[in-house]
Ligand binder design. Structure first.
Ligand SMILES: *Cc1c(COP(=O)(O)O)cnc(C)c1O
Length: 400
């Protein structure tokens, strides 16, 4: 395979970037059995003991001591006053939005560069997602650009932010901490204050990530976490709502448990609730996983450091590092191709996957999916650029 010609100083040939990436991944992960998945769960703690206890005691379903314990443990860990565990992260987001007052005919600001669940949860409430650009520094929603955009298109009327172009109220903003990297929450809080927007964090990818020393998910009114099988900790499938507001937490618990009033034998439901509860079996797995999160995070940081130093010499590629005001969980490690090399993205994906390293492109921008292509959007030039240059590389903590 050709490399840089030592006699001239010209750029490497087109094949050089994929080859250099494969070689660098080999140097970082050479010991591991291939194919190496992008992310897989690690069960090295008390998972078997806790799950077995559920089966032995027959408490496998919608109530049980592990549900209560996981809620307490999550609140302790994140520093939130309360946590309510639910069936998955998408359901958590849905309930957060509904409790924030988002309803039919509203708009909600969401990053165009996100997993589809962020926009879907908005749609479940009957509201319309309104797509926002990202910043390269955090890979998340750009608060300054959003502020300038709202100055142009929005107005606060009687305390409600209104999109003057569509006439619809803009009720909330849902930042997403992309691959675990915290967005600029401080500046975003200022925008929310100016425009009276509810701040709901999609912290599905960022459990354990800090912004200025405080856990992501705890800055807004409510935050949504996910414990899907590919996330930093897993309950098989699951999620949680975190909040400092006890009233909202009680409401969230009520809404996600079919809105059933406490009664020793009668079925009394006082509104249309959801069956969104997390079974005890899943919560048991979650309790065992959460006990190991400090170890997982430590390994993930070491893996990220290994990638970072190995990739410094790879021309045309940079390795994404946490923003300076944040500490990231490095859920999925991110490689960014230089603007000039973005045409080689698919060749890099092919070469790495062929070599047994599961790498993936980032999501297609939500604003270009068929069900969302007519939704309002601001200029999305940075998100578009990231969409074409971003590649995730294997990030399971047990790789180090
Ligand atoms: C994983 C994820 C969710 C929620 O996913 P579930 O599979 O429903 O738990 C939501 N938003 C983002 C950005 C995610 O990555």
């Amino acid at each position: 395979m050709s490399t840089m010609d030592p006699t001239t100083n010209i750029d490497r040939p087109v094949t050089a970037v994929p080859q250099a990436v494969v070689e660098t991944l080999e140097a970082c992960l050479g010991e591991a059995d291939r194919p190496i998945p992008l992310h897989k769960p690690v069960f090295e703690g008390k998972e078997w003991d806790y799950v077995k206890e559920c089966i032995d005691t027959e408490w496998v379903s919608s109530v049980g001591s592990y549900v209560d314990r996981l809620e307490e443990d999550l609140a302790d860990y994140t520093g939130a006053e309360r946590a309510v565990v639910v069936v998955n992260g998408t359901a958590a987001l849905h309930v957060c939005l509904q409790l924030a007052g988002v309803t039919d005919g509203d708009e909600v600001l969401v990053p165009a560069l996100s997993f589809v669940a962020t926009a879907n949860a908005v749609s479940y409430t009957g509201a319309t997602p309104h797509f926002v650009d990202s910043e390269e520094r955090t890979l998340g929603l750009d608060p300054e650009k959003l502020g300038r955009y709202l100055d142009d298109i929005a107005e606060v009327r009687d305390g409600t932010c209104v999109n003057v172009q569509t006439g619809r109220p803009i009720k909330a903003v849902v930042p997403m901490h992309t691959y675990g990297h915290p967005v600029g929450l401080g500046p975003l809080q200022d925008v929310c204050e100016t425009y009276n927007l509810a701040l709901i964090e999609d912290a599905a990818e960022s459990l354990g990530s800090l912004y200025k020393g405080q856990h992501t998910g705890t800055f807004g009114q409510m935050g949504a976490l996910s414990f899907n099988g590919n996330k930093t900790i897993t309950t098989g499938g699951g999620g949680a709502i975190v909040t400092d507001d006890h009233e909202l937490a009680d409401e969230a618990k009520h809404m996600t448990t079919v809105a059933k009033k406490d009664h020793p034998w009668k079925y009394v439901h006082d509104r249309i609730g959801y069956n969104y509860r997390m079974p005890n079996l899943n919560a048991a797995l979650g309790c065992a996983q959460l006990e190991q999160i400090p170890v997982f995070l430590d390994r993930k940081r070491r893996l990220a450091a290994r990638y970072r130093s190995a990739f410094t010499d790879v021309e045309g590629v940079s390795f994404f590092e946490e923003p300076e005001d944040a500490q990231s969980n490095y859920w999925l490690n991110v490689m960014l191709l230089d603007e000039g090399k973005k045409d080689q993205r698919d060749a890099v994906l092919k070469a790495t996957n062929d070599a047994g390293f599961s790498t993936r492109p980032t999501w297609q921008l939500l604003s270009s999916l068929p069900m969302y292509e007519d939704c309002p959007q601001m200029d999305l030039s940075i998100a578009r650029s990231l969409e074409r240059r971003l590649i995730n590389v294997p990030s399971t903590p047990s790789l180090v």
